[in-house]
Design a protein around this ligand. Structure first.
Ligand code: UDX
Length: 436
């Protein structure tokens, strides 16, 4: 099968490499000629475990090509749209300008029987609009438009792409369904369930799934706050409820609030979709508001751990990316946390194994360090904002020896309270009794 992928961003790159790995011939097209040149040199614009090796192998074997030449879509049986749909400034609506610009550009170039598939997360009805645009530009062609949302997580994207819980095919067109089933056949043989629904339904499933995940996180975060008030342990509560099959144990890790490029923006876009259709999603509205407040509120934990003030004090922050194994700092809880600490007069030192470059433009006043212990040097408190593996087994004696005061605020609950107690730290966690 000949596949074109429009967009060499996160979703586009991972999907291109995985489709090529399945044995399809993939042409990944992006307007950014510098990005394309770098990719052809084997340099990836994102950090994603396993991706660089896969791209290199696919390039070597000639199954994957990167080009800035949009005309190459003409060779494709299936064209995936994987361009960004960020939040539109001001109103939270998904910005579809990149999607529609891509459609306008490829419309005259597509083969007359191409299948155009949205892989980007797009609001309900976007597929209808794309179909209308294509009909207008190519009235004689038989181009089908389908929705095939992607559920991969950053940091585990390659694994998720190859081991999906389900493959969602949104189209009523039999030809589109058959061709998409053929593209995913290698996964079907691995027994990944294939779900055929209407295009609008597929578009909504993606948003509903992310809203549900956001709800789980927000709920456990709120329960964590209550645990702190009543003296209960949120880790045990999460396990206690998660063992109920109707609830499930995943996405019940309390923390500083959800971040990243999807959950926050998709919640806002879903709220917007509801408004546009004259209705409201009050639960989702609350989740979005509560999560935003939470991110800045995390600074209060640090203030409390430092006896009521951070003014003039040095605080070390470990983790800037919104989660481990990614360099992505978009909507990362670490960013508002650090801004708030700085507003309150703290001097912030930070380290992240991959996210420091991205963070620099958002946080110019931070002292960026070469490692966890370097960041902790002279700090009166150390905040764990992202649960990277290397932060899980820090040498506590060494840490204590370099810090000005042994205070740890663990926003990811990655340490045991007894361990911290033995090591002589004041330890503040989320939803658990700490060490005073
Ligand atoms: C998410 C969805 O999981 C994925 O299906 C969709 O395709 C894209 O959006 P991603 O943004 O990569 O993926 O990250 P995810 O693992 O979902 O985490 C999102 C945020 O929630 C992170 O900030 C993470 O730290 C936080 N989180 C996640 C929690 O605080 N607790 C949890 O239990 C899980």
């Amino acid at each position: 099968m000949r596949v074109s992928m429009i967009g060499a961003g996160y979703v586009g790159l991972v999907s291109s490499a995985c489709f090529a790995d399945f044995g399809h011939h993939v042409t990944c097209i992006d307007k950014d000629a510098r990005r394309i040149a770098a990719l052809n040199n084997g340099e990836l614009p994102i950090y994603e475990p396993g991706l660089a090796d896969m791209v290199a192998a696919d390039l070597r074997q000639g199954r994957l090509e990167f080009t800035a030449d949009a005309a190459r879509v003409g060779e494709a049986d299936v064209v995936f749209l994987a361009v960004g749909t960020p939040s539109r400034r001001g109103d939270g609506h998904a910005d579809l300008s990149h999607i529609f610009a891509a459609v306008r550009e490829i419309a005259p170039l597509l083969s007359a029987t191409a299948i155009v598939v949205t892989k980007s997360t797009v609001p309900v009805g976007t597929g209808d609009e794309i179909a209308r645009m294509l009909r207008e530009e190519r009235p004689d062609a038989e181009i089908a438009v389908a929705s095939n949302p992607e559920f991969m997580r950053e940091g585990a994207a390659v694994y998720d792409f190859k081991h999906p819980d389900r493959i969602l095919i949104g189209s009523d067109d039999l030809r589109a369904r058959t061709i998409l089933a053929e593209i995913y056949r290698p996964l079907y043989l691995n027994a990944a369930p294939m779900l055929y629904v209407s295009r609008r339904t597929a578009e909504l499933i993606k948003y509903a799934a992310n809203a549900f995940l956001a709800a789980k996180i927000s709920l456990i975060n709120e329960i964590a706050d209550l645990c702190e008030c009543v003296g209960a342990d949120v880790q045990d509560v999460a396990r206690g409820i998660g063992l109920d099959n109707r609830i499930g144990g995943k996405f019940l890790h309390p923390g500083p609030g959800f971040g990243g490029s999807c959950l926050p923006k998709d919640a806002l876009a879903l709220i917007k979709t509801a408004h546009e259709h004259g209705t409201r999603l009050r639960i989702v509205e609350t989740i979005a508001a509560v999560n935003e407040e939470r991110k800045r509120a995390m600074a209060r934990k640090v203030v409390a751990a430092l006896d009521g003030s951070v003014r003039g004090k040095t605080v070390a922050v470990l983790g800037l990316a919104f989660k481990p194994n990614t360099d992505d700092t978009r909507d990362s809880p670490a960013i508002p946390l650090i801004k708030e600490l700085q507003d309150l007069g703290a001097d912030v030192r930070a380290y992240d194994p991959a996210g420091m470059e991205q963070a620099k433009s958002q946080l110019p006043e931070v002292t960026y360090c070469g490692g966890a212990y370097a960041a902790a040097e002279g700090a009166e408190a150390l905040v764990i904002a992202t649960e990277w593996e290397p932060f899980r087994a820090l040498d506590l004696a060494r840490l204590k020896s370099v810090m000005a005061r042994p205070v740890i605020v663990d926003l990811r609950n990655i340490y045991r309270v007894e361990e911290m107690c033995r090591a002589g730290f004041r330890y503040v966690a989320v939803g658990r009794a700490g060490v005073a």
